[in-house]
Design a protein. Structure first.
Length: 190
């Protein structure tokens, strides 16, 4: 079982001046302004049982790139295993070319999270870790610099993976989902 999603439009931001490191009596400083150097999209699939992440940076966020990533997953997951992907309802995931590929690769089963429930997909939690630990305070002179940093984080995470553990109970999660559905129906009626 893999929780899969795309982290799109990750910006290669570079500060206009170098940051100053933390010293005694002064916090780290960085300029408020930055230069944009392009973007990349990270496709990632988190193995729920082991915590391993299959990831790939691709230039865009279309069905063509999604198909490339499905083929990457196909190579990474041993052939005797079924692949259950938990993902959102993004139109790219339902494109006719994707459906045709899935018909030719029946070991892949797609399970879609409800609309507005991205928090149910555990890979979103891993994206937060990536952002907090590798990207937020970084300065990237180019998209290749950004991709290198992401790939370094993926490699480090891959060597010592740890499963992410839910802290909420199943009952709590199901109640939130039910409340969300009720709220959505109320909005539709108004």
């Amino acid at each position: 079982m893999l929780c899969m999603d795309e982290k799109s439009s990750i910006q290669a931001l570079d500060r206009t001046q170098p940051s100053l490191p933390m010293t005694r009596g002064r916090a780290e400083t960085m300029t408020h302004d930055y230069k944009r150097n392009g973007t990349t999209t990270l496709f990632a699939a988190l193995d729920v049982a082991t915590g391993k992440v299959i990831g790939s940076c691709l230039p865009k966020h279309r069905h063509e790139e999604f198909l490339v990533f499905l083929k990457t997953i196909n190579k990474e997951v041993p052939q005797g295993l079924d692949v259950h992907l938990i993902l959102d309802n993004y139109a790219t995931h339902k494109h006719p070319d994707v459906k045709a590929w899935l018909e030719k690769n029946p070991r892949f089963q797609l399970h879609f999270t409800p609309t507005s429930s991205s928090w149910l997909n555990l890979v979103e939690r891993w994206f937060r870790e990536l952002t907090d630990k590798a990207l937020r305070r970084g300065a990237f002179h180019s998209v290749p610099d950004l991709i290198t940093k992401i790939e370094e984080y993926l490699a480090a995470h891959y060597t010592e993976p740890k499963p992410l553990v839910w802290t909420a109970t199943a009952d709590t999660i199901l109640k939130k989902v039910a409340r969300g559905r009720v709220a959505l129906e109320t909005i539709k009626q108004n």
